[in-house]
Design a protein around this ligand. Structure first.
Ligand code: ZN
Length: 133
């Protein structure tokens, strides 16, 4: 059974691969889908054309969907070494909203441990939604 510690370890591993030559702000993320014994990781990948940059959280979501299709997210771990620790940006929260429940957990970690935890609805109480076809 996958543990939060394993997810934290994957987030750190991914953070170590972050391509952040412009900001120096390395982020790793790991996502655990509900009902699956798998984790999906992501890191931020920056670009000289800054707008083409992708955050770790979105990279992890896209990895999950690319591998398994639509799944609901049980939790996401985001690892930085920032002070204060960073929560997902608004763009990532909107992308996470597409695959999250109100009770999906968002764990914010540093190199040592998870330091903060939030229910998704605390971070984005009113996500933008469209009727699905
Ligand atoms: Zn982001």
């Amino acid at each position: 059974m996958i543990s939060l510690e394993q997810a934290h370890a994957l987030a750190l591993e991914c953070r170590g691969r972050a391509y952040c030559r412009y900001s120096g702000f390395a982020v790793g993320a790991a996502i655990k889908p509900y009902g699956e014994e798998r984790l999906f990781g992501g890191c931020n990948v920056e670009n000289a054309s800054y707008g083409a940059t992708i955050c770790a959280e979105r990279a992890a979501v896209f990895s999950m969907v690319s591998a398994m299709g639509r799944r609901e997210i049980e939790y996401v771990v985001v690892a930085t070494d920032a002070d204060p620790l960073a929560v997902p940006c608004a763009a990532c929260l909107q992308v996470l909203a597409e695959f999250s429940r109100p009770d999906t957990m968002v764990y914010i970690a540093d190199s040592e441990a998870v330091r903060h935890e939030y229910r998704f609805e605390e971070l984005l109480p009113y996500p933008f939604t469209l009727k699905q076809v």
